[in-house]
Design a protein around this ligand. Structure first.
Ligand SMILES: [Zn+2]
Length: 111
């Protein structure tokens, strides 16, 4: 099934909304919480820092994917699997608007 313009525009709005949410989260992350000086507090602070780091990596990865999807919309290649070049299932795009591989390639890539 070929993706129609209406569907793509809807996906674009979804992606832009998602990007907004993401940017908000990243700004919040930058406000690093300041805890007390006790040993326990430091340990907790370090743990939070670690958690924030991996979260930051996740958010950045997601941000990249969203940007790639938005660029693909502009180029008219949105919805194409980056591995097998076939159309990505529209059901998958609905749940994951920034998906860049189709369901079967996702299954094969075991990442
Ligand atoms: Zn594929």
């Amino acid at each position: 099934m070929k993706l129609d313009e209406k569907f793509i525009q809807k996906q674009k709005r979804l992606l832009e909304k998602e990007k907004e949410k993401l940017e908000k989260k990243m700004t919040e992350l930058e406000k690093y919480p300041d805890y007390g000086r006790g040993d326990d507090d430091n340990a907790r602070e370090y743990e939070d820092f670690e958690n924030n780091l991996s979260l930051e990596v996740q958010l950045k990865t997601l941000d990249k994917k969203i940007n790639t999807a938005l660029k693909a919309i502009d180029k008219g290649t949105y919805g194409q699997c980056s591995v097998c070049k076939k159309e990505i299932e529209s059901g998958r795009l609905k749940s994951v608007p920034y998906a860049d591989v189709c369901v079967s390639c996702k299954k094969n890539s075991k990442r």
